[in-house]
Design a protein around this ligand. Structure first.
Ligand code: CA
Length: 230
């Protein structure tokens, strides 16, 4: 299980270890960076969220936060030691998404991490695949192929959305009909196949050799588009 990659920038080993243990229990993979330098070099890798201590031995957490914000909107939770620092974070608008004052409950921090990741995911409702070739915008129920909007029926949209949310996962026709309609009915196989055929005609260059929705013989369908990094 991997719910996301988290970088914990904290020089107090005891705190870092407790935070790491709690987050790992919740299925996150955690990297620790005890200094600002190590944080900056760790950031060459991709993370989903950063927990950043305000007071580090070599660098100011505030500066690290500003540096990150220059070219990234990655969620950041700041840790502060005193409530005066809380004022500093609020007052300076250094770009953190949330903060916690020490001593804090690691369970609460883990809950904040999950809430923040959910919030960020909710905002970023438009996802693109294969270098921008296919864009699915769930807030506007809009699909774009090669930059042009394509008209989708609500059922086709739900089907494509469901498959694309979980790339590479195989869905049986029965699962798909359950997801889009909430119940099964006679003859669902042909119904799903007909919808998939329509979707392919809208988004595939060559429906016989699909780049998005692949038939898994005897099983169902799976989405094979490659999500674009953002
Ligand atoms: Ca510290």
């Amino acid at each position: 299980m991997n719910n996301g990659r988290i970088l914990v920038v904290e020089d107090e080993k005891k705190i870092a270890d407790i935070v790491k243990a709690y987050l790992e229990k919740d299925g996150f993979s955690v990297t620790e960076a005890p200094t600002g330098q190590q944080a900056v070099s760790a950031l060459k890798n991709r993370f989903d969220l950063i927990i950043l201590d305000l007071m580090l031995p070599d660098m100011d957490g505030e500066d690290i936060c500003r540096t990150i914000r220059k070219d990234s909107d990655i969620p950041i939770i700041m840790l502060t030691a005193k409530s005066e620092e809380e004022e500093r974070i609020k007052g300076l608008g250094i770009g953190a998404d949330d903060y916690m004052v020490k001593p804090f409950s690691p369970r609460e921090l883990a809950a904040r991490v999950k809430a923040l990741l959910r919030r960020v995911k909710g905002v970023r409702q438009s996802v693109s695949f294969n270098k921008g070739d296919l864009v699915i915008d769930s807030s506007r129920f809009e699909v774009k192929k090669d930059g042009s909007p394509v008209v989708f029926t609500p059922t086709e949209f739900k089907l494509l959305q469901c498959l694309a949310e979980r790339p590479e996962q195989v869905f049986s026709r029965l699962q798909l009909v359950n997801i889009i309609l909430g119940y099964d009915f006679e003859g669902y196989d042909r119904t799903i196949d007909a919808h998939i055929k329509n979707i392919r005609h809208k988004i595939e260059e060559d429906p016989r050799n699909p780049s998005y929705i692949k038939t898994v013989y005897g099983m169902g369908y799976r989405f094979i588009g490659r999500p674009d990094e953002d």
